[in-house]
Structures are given as C-alpha cells and as structure tokens.
Design a protein around this ligand. Structure first.
Ligand code: CTP
Length: 436
C-alpha cells in the first residue's frame, strides 16, 4: 500500500524520518513531499535515501518526476492519485491554516486539495500557537471535513516552554495511518518466530534427504504477522522464496541447524509458529566423497531431535507455541495425538495427500486444533489462510471466553443457551462463544 508523507517546517521534521521507517516496516511504500521551510530543518536527501524515491519540494521543479509511478506531468495530481493515505507530520500551524482555507501555494498544499485519500495531520508547534483560537478553529474545520488529527503530546517544547504541542510519536502516527488504510494492526508488540521450509540432511557432498516443502505457508505467516504489526524472526530451510522485507531472516539447512537457531532465539519471542517440515531422520554418517553406484545401498538413519517438543519444554510463561502437522491419513486422529504428544497450544493440521493443496502448493486447507476446539479452515490461498491462522492464535490470547451449553432440560426439551464456565472447560455438547 502507498503512503505520501508530507513534511512541513518545524523542529519535529527530523522525526518524519522515523515515521518513514515505521511505515516501511509495515511494508508500505512511502513517498515524501516537503515544504520549502521543511527543507531548512532536514535535507530532502535523507528522505530520498530512505524511500528510494525523489522527494518533491516544489510545484515547479522539473526534476520532480518520480520515475514510472504515474504518467501525468501534472505531478500534484499524479501524487494525489498515487497515495492511498496522505499524512502530514509535522503539520505546522501555517499548514493547518492553509488546509483549512484551501490555500494551495506549494506542492504539499496543492496535493491536499487534489487527493481523495484519507488525510491525517500530526500537529507540532508552540503551546500558545496550538491553543490560539485561530488554530483551534482550523483544527475544528479540518476535523469536520474528515481529516484525522493525531493529537500532539504534552511536555517540554523546542521553544523552551512546557505544554501541549509536541508531535505525537512516529509509531503512534504510523498506527493511525495503518488504521486509516483499514489494515489490521492487532499484532503490535508480538515478536513472532516462524520456522519455514524443509530441512536437508546431507548424504554426501552432492546429495541430501529432503522433502517437498516449499516454505510458502511459513513465508505467508511471516508476511501476515509482520503486516499486522509483529516483529518477525523467520528461520528458514532452503527455498527460492523472497522473505518479507524487514523481517529477520535466519537461513539454515539441516534439522540440527534449525534446532540451534530456534533455541538461540526463542527467549526473545512471544509466539512460536513451527511451520517447517523438519526432517525426522538424518544419515548416521555423511560420506565425504560422492557415493558411487556399486549395487544396492542401505542407509542407516538416526532420528533428529523433535524441536517443537523441546521448545514446549523450554517455553517461558506467556509464550504461545503453535505447531503444524502434515498428515496423509487419519488427519484428525493423528493431529490430536500430535497436539497432546508435543504439548503445543495448537496444531494446524494439513492434509497433504492431495495435489494442488498443501505441500508445495499455493492453496491450503487446514484444521486449527486446540485441546478443546477444532476449527475448519477451508481451502484458500496460503496468504489468506495465514491471516485466518493468526486470527485463531490471537483468539487464544484474548481474555478467556465464555462457553455456552446447548443442552437439554430434564424433560428432554432443549433449554435456552446457558452461560456455563470459562473456555477451558471440557468439550462435549458445548460450543464456544468468543466474547470480545
Ligand atoms: N517438528 C519439529 N522437529 C522435528 C520434526 C517435526 O519441530 N524433528 C515439528 C514441525 O515443525 C511441525 C510438527 O513438529 O510443527 C509436526 O511435524 P510433522 O512432520 O507433521 O510430525 P512429526 O513430529 O515429524 O511426526 P510424524 O512424522 O510421525 O507424523
């Protein structure tokens, strides 16, 4: 998604660089437009380097072309159409006044009139200017027009006074932008470890034992968690996929390397999602030369460590641990047994017996299994499924939900639904109601 950040001339202009970074961490594409006076506080070059795009500072500058982003030579119109959100941070008293009265005498103010995208302003100014009736009136006009005002904070101001007028923090502004774009931002504060792809166990310098896992499901989960505000550590077996930008990628090859990486980082995370297809066996010895074809060959294999079970044993309080189960038969039975054996909070059970769905495919269907629930997630693209899985994981974090029994009265007639107890009550005729 695309955001234009407008920077006007105030001391807080330097914080706009942090805002650009915060938006980019959410995988948003960012352009920057500056007023002339903003360029006195911070160099356009700073924003050009951060965004990889030219920074627009004037209506008339012929070098303003933002290559290939739009065709129109009337740049304020092009930029106004390009942006899916327009956020001005800092917004000076002067910019607020111009916006309120439709004065369009530079690129930034012209863009405000030309855009139909949601507009957000993060005011920053001296307390007396903020409290002046002219500014109050302008803010009121803008609010009524649907402009989202991100309130300034109170504290020491650059002018030496104390009061309201400090620009809101860049992360809070970024959150408001994400909200205005309709993006869910419900994983802010979570640090998520995702394991993805298959591991490879070498037989000799050129051969390995592996599996068909493409890593697509794990990468989709990493991307979904990141775009919902989580920090992501992606521990990946070999794959040809591009990792989501801004996530920390740790590349591994063998099950043992994956185990070392997972254990090294697990203390830092709030949620572990083990989507990787980890080898269950590795050759007892690895030949240091290429094995020759000399007749039948018997391989001796030793089991690998079960990383998921180990993660559960070493978990810290509050950490959620979710595993995957790839099954070709007796899906639910095997999935349930795996959930209990491994002790995870949930297991995402995949049926990998059909081509086109599951392993190495773009579509997937799954059952999200906990000790007390089984939620069917029907066939859909893996990226969409990733969001559904995260929805269910987050539901485990919510305050415990109420359970309602659709039981029968002594006379055999259905009773009204009755609130019984908390969600970790045993299942049976009960169904779960999530109380938000
Ligand atoms: N897993 C793991 N370490 C292993 C094997 C599996 O952490 N050595 C994890 C996987 O990442 C997955 C879950 O355990 O989250 C289940 O993997 P799966 O291959 O379905 O099950 P296995 O434990 O290998 O059991 P089986 O092969 O007998 O079905």
């Amino acid at each position: 998604m695309r955001v234009t950040v407008g920077v006007s001339g105030g001391i807080a202009a330097y914080k706009a660089a942090e805002l650009v970074r915060a938006l980019q961490r959410q995988a948003l594409e960012v352009h920057v437009v500056m007023t002339k006076s903003a360029t006195r506080f911070i160099q356009p070059l700073t924003f050009a380097a951060l965004t990889g795009h030219k920074v627009i500072t004037s209506l008339w500058d012929e070098t303003n072309s933002t290559e290939g982003e739009y065709d129109s030579s009337i740049e304020h119109i092009g930029e106004a159409q390009w942006a899916e959100a327009f956020v001005v941070a800092p917004a000076t008293a002067n910019i607020l006044a111009k916006f309120a009265h439709g004065i369009a005498d530079d690129f930034l103010t012209t863009m405000y009139l030309a855009t139909q995208a949601p507009v957000l302003v993060a005011p920053a100014m001296n307390v007396n200017m903020w409290e002046h009736p002219a500014t109050r009136a302008n803010i009121e006009i803008l609010r009524q027009r649907g402009v989202r005002v991100i309130e300034p904070g109170t504290g020491d101001l650059a002018c030496g006074m104390v009061g309201t007028g400090r620009m809101a923090e860049p992360d809070a502004i970024a959150d408001a932008v994400l909200n205005s774009l309709g993006r869910r931002h419900d994983m802010a504060g979570e640090i998520v470890m995702v394991t993805a792809g298959g591991t490879r166990e070498a037989l000799d310098p050129v051969r390995f034992l592996g599996n068909r896992s493409s890593g697509k499901m794990g990468y989709a989960l990493a991307d979904a968690a990141q775009s919902r505000g989580a920090k992501v550590v992606l521990i990946s077996g070999p794959t040809s996929l591009h990792p989501p930008s801004h996530c920390e990628l740790i590349k591994v090859v063998t099950a043992d390397e994956m185990r070392t990486a997972v254990l090294a980082r697990m203390k830092d995370v709030t949620l572990v999602i083990k989507a990787a297809a980890v080898a269950d066996y590795r050759p007892v010895s690895i030949s240091d030369h290429k094995l020759k074809r000399t007749g039948p060959l018997t391989l001796e294999l030793a089991p690998t460590e079960d990383i998921l079970a180990e993660v559960v044993r070493r978990r810290s309080p509050g950490q959620l641990i979710v595993g995957f189960a790839a099954e070709t038969e007796n899906r639910m039975e095997n999935g349930r047994a795996k959930l209990l054996r491994k002790g995870a909070d949930a297991i995402v059970v995949n049926d990998v017996s059909n081509d086109g769905v599951g392993i190495d495919a773009d579509l997937n269907a799954a059952t999200f299994l906990t000790k007390s629930t089984a939620i069917e997630l029907h066939e859909m693209p893996k990226r969409k499924l990733a969001d559904r899985i995260l929805d269910e994981i987050l539901a485990l974090r919510r305050p415990r939900s109420l359970v309602v029994e659709t039981g029968e009265s002594a006379g055999g007639h259905p009773t009204q639904e009755q609130v019984l107890s908390q969600s970790d009550a045993p299942t049976g005729s009960r169904r779960q109601l999530i109380v938000e």
